[in-house]
Design a protein around this ligand. Structure first.
Ligand code: DQA
Length: 148
């Protein structure tokens, strides 16, 4: 049976395509989700792709992954830079998380240079646009196959 992985997206990512396309590109989140489901299928993963604007909902979903998914690809959006709650939820979930950002957060404002997620992530991909999600799925597949 295909392993289930969650692809979780945080605030404002529902606006992709319309939101600052010079930074985030022209693809909508729906298109990125379709690409993830297709790429996941080719890797033998069942991709559950979600987005919310609410921090607590992201925490709920990370907790759900502890029993409902083998791993998580996550773009926490602005909560990356603020959320101790997401940091703690990842620690407790015991599932590998790959942090993804469309933009290169280190080439942007100083307040984006710190991530509360990176210290508890299995890996981080940033600055590669939507391709980052696909690379993260590939990496997660290998981690799951190795048993974490
Ligand atoms: C982002 C980078 C964050 O700093 C920002 O708040 C976002 C998107 C990215 O994908 O590049 O909402 O996570």
């Amino acid at each position: 049976m295909a392993a289930t992985v969650f692809v979780l997206n945080g605030p404002n990512l529902n606006m992709l395509g319309l939101r600052e396309p010079s930074i985030y590109g022209g693809k909508s989140l729906k298109e990125i989700g379709e690409d993830c489901v297709a790429a996941g299928g080719a890797l033998g993963l069942s991709v559950d792709f979600r987005q919310t604007n609410h921090e607590g909902v992201l925490v709920d979903w990370i907790q759900e992954a502890a029993s409902g998914a083998e791993g998580i690809v996550m773009n926490p959006g602005a909560y990356t830079h603020t959320s101790v709650a997401i940091h703690d939820a990842i620690r407790a979930a015991g599932r590998p998380v790959i942090e993804v950002h469309l933009s290169n957060i280190f080439a942007r404002e100083a307040f984006r240079h710190h991530s509360y997620v990176s210290p508890v992530a299995a890996g981080v991909i940033c600055g590669l646009g939507p391709k980052g999600y696909i690379l993260a799925l590939d990496a997660l597949k290998h981690m799951i196959a190795k048993g974490g």
